[in-house]
Design a protein around this ligand. Structure first.
Ligand SMILES: Cc1cc2nc3c(=O)[nH]c(=O)nc-3n(C[C@H](O)[C@H](O)[C@H](O)COP(=O)(O)OP(=O)(O)OC[C@H]3O[C@@H](n4cnc5c(N)ncnc54)[C@H](O)[C@@H]3O)c2cc1C
Length: 396
C-alpha cells in the first residue's frame, strides 16, 4: 500500500485549504481556535457555506447530495478544515442517521430527510443511552407502543449531546418487551418539537452544558417514522455505531490541537518560561506528533481495507483517537501551567472578555482538559471497545 500523497491529492488538499481560508467566517475560526463554545448558528452557518460549495456531505455518495469523495479525500478535507479552525461537522445527521437512512431507510425517508441534513434544516440528536443503559444498551426501556397508525413513546434518554438544539431525535425504543433484549428494539425518528418532550441540561466538569436529559411522555411518531423493520433496530443501531466510532478518531481535531500545542510551546519559550524549555516537554511534543501521524496512517489503512463500511476496526480508531485527544489536552494544560487558572466558563460562552495571564491559548487549556475526559466514555467506553476487539478481531 502506497501511503504517500499523489498529485491529485496534493492539489485537492490545496483546494480545500484555499477554500477554507477564504470562506470560513473569522469569528467562528477565532472561537474554535481558542476553545470558546460555538453557538448553534455558528455550526449552521459553516454547514450552509459548505453546502453551497457542494461539500455539505463529505461522507455520502453523490446520488444523495454527497461529494462522492474517497477515504483519502475525506481525510484531507477533515484535516485541512480543522487546522484552519473550522467547526466539526454535525455528526448526528451526517455520519449517524444519514448513512443509516441511505442503507436501510425507505425512498420517502431518503427524499425528505437527507437534503435537510445537508443544509441543517433539521438538527438531529442521538437517543440511545438511558439511565442504566449505556454500555448495556440492549437493556433500554423506552417503550414505543403501536396504536393505529402511530407509535406512542414513553421513556427517558440521557447524555443527549446538543439535544437542546435538536429538532429531531433518532431513538431506540422497545417495541416488543417479550422478545430477547436485542430482538425487540426499533429505531424511530421523533420530532422533538411536540408536547411531551422535556429537555434538561446536565452541567459538565468544564462548566458547560452540552449534554442533556430528555423525557418522552406520550410522545407521538407516525409509523412512517420507523426506520427499516419493526424490532430490527439493533442491526441499524450497530451499523450507526461503527460510523460514530470511526468519526470519534478525530484526526482533524488531533492535528489542530497539535498545532495549538506547538504554538503554546513557542509562546512560552519566547517568554522565557523554564518549564517549556525543559527537554522533557519537547520530547513529549515530538512523541505525540509521531502518534498523531501514526493514527492518520491507521485511518487510511482501515479505510482502504473496508468496502462494506466500518467494521470492528472502528473500535481501534476510537480508542487511539480518544486517548490522543486526552493526551494533547493534558500537554496543553502542562504547558499553560499556572496560567490555566484563569479558566472561566463565562469566557468560554463569550459572556466576558477577561483573558487572564499567559499566552493566548492558556485560558482555554483547563476547559479543554476537563472536556476531553469524555472522549474515552462516549460512543461506547474504551473498555467496551477493547471487549469488541478481543471478540471480533483477535477472536478469543
Ligand atoms: C459527553 C458525553 C456525550 C454523550 N452523548 C451521547 C448522545 O448524544 N447520545 C447517546 O445516546 N449517548 C450519549 N452518551 C452516552 C455514552 O454513549 C455512554 O456514557 C457510554 O456508552 C457508557 O455508558 P454509561 O455511561 O452508562 O456507563 P456504564 O455502562 O455504567 O459503565 C461504567 C463503567 O463500567 C465499564 N464497563 C461496563 N460494562 C463493562 C464490560 N462489559 N466490560 C468492561 N467494562 C465495562 C465501562 O467501561 C465504564 O468504565 C454520551 C456520554 C458522554 C459522557
Amino acid at each position: 500500500m502506497d501511503l504517500s500523497w499523489n498529485e491529485h491529492e496534493i492539489a485537492f488538499r490545496e483546494q480545500v485549504r484555499e477554500f477554507t481560508e477564504k470562506n470560513l467566517p473569522p469569528d467562528i475560526r477565532e472561537k474554535q481556535m481558542h476553545h470558546r463554545r460555538l453557538a448553534k448558528d455558528d455550526y449552521i452557518r459553516w454547514h450552509r457555506i459548505l453546502a453551497q460549495q457542494g461539500w455539505g456531505a463529505p461522507n455520502w455518495p453523490k446520488e444523495y447530495g454527497g461529494t462522492g469523495w474517497n477515504a483519502v479525500e475525506r481525510l484531507l478535507f477533515e484535516i485541512e478544515t480543522f487546522k484552519a479552525g473550522a467547526p466539526r461537522l454535525l455528526s448526528f445527521g451526517l455520519t449517524m442517521i444519514g448513512p443509516v437512512l441511505i442503507k436501510f431507510g425507505n425512498q420517502q425517508q431518503k427524499d425528505y430527510y437527507l437534503p435537510r441534513i445537508i443544509t441543517v434544516e433539521d438538527w438531529w440528536c442521538q437517543g440511545y443511552s438511558e439511565p442504566g443503559s449505556g454500555s448495556d444498551l440492549a437493556s433500554l426501556k423506552t417503550r414505543a407502543e403501536r396504536v393505529g397508525d402511530k407509535y406512542i413513546i414513553n421513556g427517558q434518554k440521557t447524555w443527549t449531546t446538543l439535544g437542546h438544539h435538536a429538532d429531531w431525535m433518532f431513538c431506540l425504543c422497545r417495541t416488543d418487551p417479550a422478545a430477547k433484549a436485542q430482538r425487540g428494539i426499533s429505531m424511530i425518528l421523533i420530532d422533538l418539537r411536540q408536547p411531551g418532550v422535556t429537555v434538561r441540561p446536565i452541567k459538565t466538569l468544564d462548566g458547560g452544558a452540552e449534554v442533556n436529559e430528555v423525557w418522552l411522555e406520550n410522545v407521538e411518531a407516525p409509523i412512517e417514522n420507523l426506520v427499516g423493520q419493526e424490532n430490527e433496530g439493533w442491526t441499524y443501531a450497530k451499523y450507526l455505531l461503527g460510523h460514530e466510532r470511526t468519526g470519534i478518531a478525530g484526526i482533524g481535531h488531533c492535528h489542530r490541537e497539535l498545532n495549538i500545542l506547538k504554538r503554546m510551546v513557542n509562546e512560552a519559550m519566547a517568554s522565557g518560561d523554564s518549564l517549556s524549555l525543559d527537554h522533557r516537554v519537547m520530547d513529549q511534543v515530538n512523541q505525540i506528533e509521531a502518534q498523531v501521524l501514526a493514527l492518520e496512517m491507521l485511518l487510511l489503512r482501515v479505510a482502504a481495507d473496508s468496502t462494506a463500511g466500518p467494521g470492528p476496526q472502528a473500535s481501534i480508531l476510537k480508542i487511539r483517537g480518544s486517548e490522543l485527544q486526552q493526551e494533547l489536552a493534558r500537554l496543553q494544560m502542562q504547558v499553560a501551567g499556572p496560567n490555566a487558572w484563569a479558566y472561566d466558563p463565562a469566557w468560554m460562552r463569550q459572556e466576558n472578555d477577561f483573558h487572564g495571564p499567559g499566552g493566548e491559548f492558556d485560558i482555554g487549556a483547563a476547559a479543554t482538559y476537563f472536556d476531553n475526559r469524555k472522549t474515552t466514555i462516549y460512543g461506547g467506553t474504551n473498555e467496551i471497545q477493547k471487549g469488541i476487539i478481543v471478540k471480533h478481531i483477535i477472536g478469543v
